[in-house]
Write a protein that binds this ligand. Sequence first.
Ligand code: ATP
Length: 419
Amino acid sequence: MRDDTPRTDCDADRPQRGDATDGDDAATDGGATVGASGDGASASRSDPGSVGDRADDAVDGVSDRRGDPVLELDGVIKRYGSETAVSGMELTVHEGELVTLLGPSGCGKTTTLRMIAGLETPTDGTIAVGGDVVAGHGAVRPPEERDVGLVFQEFALFPHLTVAENVAFGLDDPDSAAADSRVAELLELVGLDDYGDRSVTDLSGGQRQRVALARSLAPEPDVLLLDEPFSNLDVSLRVRMREEVKRILDEAGVTAVSVTHDQEEALSISDRVAVINDGHVEQVGAPGEVFEHPTSRFVASFLGQASFLPARVGERDIETSVGSYDRDLLNGLGDGYVGSHVDVLVRPDDLRATPVPAGDADGEVIRRQYTGPSFVYHVKLNDGTVLRCLHNHTEEFDVGEPVAVTLVADHALAWYPAQ
Ligand code: ATP
């Protein structure tokens, strides 16, 4: 599971993987460049009809903005003995985009990243970088022969080298004038122009991360891989650094794949988010697309707080236990569904609770979650369904209070055939 413990910059001063004595370890395992690129994004629609035809758009995200495929994973499988870590990964990443692999612990994100880097060998399937197959068809290229840069969460900088020397490390001829100029360019890009001669041990966590990023960008990799790049930073720095890293990646025009458990991070900085479930891509698309139009209950539940409101579809309306609503409220619901039962995805901001006399209530408050600016009230309806309603912090209801619930969403809602 993700370690959410707030960390300080002091943590970054602890010995890091690849720091210690053997610089080569950092270069190959923790480090700068591991050398390799694709379009294979696919969404499985475990709940067909859930979002109408929009799910097909979600397969590729917003297609007209994308450049050429740079990284392609096709049917990639990784087994460790009887354990299947990755079970048929299909993903294409296009030139200049940042795609984030997001999913629960153990779903295969890191294994996927390591296979792209060449640190693990797929059991089956192919991985191509820049059109060249680097794994598959019976051949595997070692990390150093792939045009792939890697930034680990530990940063893996060499403590005995200066900032500039760390950045120059991955270049073919680090002592050349061309290397000096490339290092200067990168230090400017990451906002460390005046830090070239400093020891990396004198830097803050955020500054170390910039050095690690500059070092990985130095050889101009086709693809940059970021393994939970913000998890070693304290919470406030994490938010600032993710914006900064996104700016740097955009400015460098690099194609990047990041791994995280943190949905806010994934939604805020990615061009596309690939939600991983049990070793495969469950849905990939622009952040707003996957959040607002999840093609499966898994994706709906993994991203944000999700409740499912049972509804019966009528000619014009849908009937629910909290009232009737216009059928158009459901995204892409065809006439073929008249008379059938569906479950409507409702997020806390789609619902409002109002205290009423017990006889008029749809249910009662069973839990209140205080988040500072707001309350999320968990309401158990008389039919047993539990919904979550978002309220301003000034609207205080008690647990046990009878309430009426209203659907206040002013946007089309995703839905799934009733289970
Ligand atoms: P987390 O978010 O917790 O880091 P993850 O999504 O990155 O998880 P992976 O580290 O890719 O998940 O692991 C996927 C599955 O493969 C897990 O069940 C894990 O136990 C298993 N696994 C990973 N590496 C190995 C290994 N070297 N040997 C055996 N099983 C492994």
